[in-house]
Ligand binder design. Structure first.
Ligand SMILES: Cc1cc2nc3c(=O)[nH]c(=O)nc-3n(C[C@H](O)[C@H](O)[C@H](O)COP(=O)(O)O)c2cc1C
Length: 193
């Protein structure tokens, strides 16, 4: 079994990555292999709406997304993490989501399976600086549809408000603990502690 963690913040080693690392530590604690991908290390062009993917479900833009498609389809479960940028995902994370239109086409237009009989789950981790009640609403919806395109069931989230400064989340032990538990529950849904 393998879990893919996607780190969607352009700022390395900060709030999003610290939470994601905690969740991945929870996954590893359950004896499961992990792989982390940081969006800032990848060259992923935004979707150009060419719709070459309508033919065979294959995107014609040749960049790191071609590699990431394989990772997204092979992973048993996915941890997707992005901070809030203007009430949405970062542009780097959103580029990945939009490029998964090719997988949406495969599933919903071409009727091709994006998965085998495995039950694959995905969870969403996010942080934002403000306290707004609706802060994560748009992003949660985006990630739900992204997971659907990839063939992953939206199995939960960890959404933390009031975190702005670099690595500030380190001062929030509860949030780190919650992330660890989310990772454990992702691979072993019956885990309660
Ligand atoms: C371009 C930009 C837009 C942002 N937009 C929002 C926002 O709409 N709502 C919010 O609560 N925080 C917003 N923030 C703050 C970040 O979400 C916050 O600082 C977060 O902790 C960054 O996580 P990171 O350190 O992992 O990158 C924004 C930050 C930037 C740089």
């Amino acid at each position: 079994m393998k879990v893919l963690g996607i780190m969607g913040s352009p700022r390395r080693h900060s709030n999003t990555e610290i939470l994601l690392d905690s969740a991945l530590a929870g996954v590893k604690e359950m004896g499961v292999e992990v792989e982390k991908v940081a969006v800032s290390e990848l060259k992923i062009h935004p979707c150009m709406e060419i719709y070459a993917c309508r033919k065979e479900g294959i995107c014609s833009i040749k960049d790191d997304m071609q590699w990431l498609y394989g990772k997204l389809l092979e992973a048993d479960h996915i941890l997707f993490a992005s901070p809030m940028f203007f009430y949405g995902l970062t542009s780097q994370a959103k580029a990945i989501v939009d490029r998964c239109q090719a997988l949406w086409v495969r599933k919903h237009i071409l009727g091709m399976g994006t998965e085998n009989s495995r039950i694959r789950r995905g969870v969403f981790i996010s942080v934002g600086a403000t306290q707004g009640e609706k802060l994560f609403d748009g992003a949660v919806l985006t990630v739900k549809y992204f997971f659907d395109a990839v063939g992953v069931k939206y199995a939960g989230d960890l959404l933390i408000r009031g975190i702005e400064y670099e690595a500030q989340i380190r001062d929030h032990a509860m949030a780190l603990q919650d992330a660890f538990r989310l990772g454990q529950q992702l691979v072993c849904p019956d885990t309660t502690q």
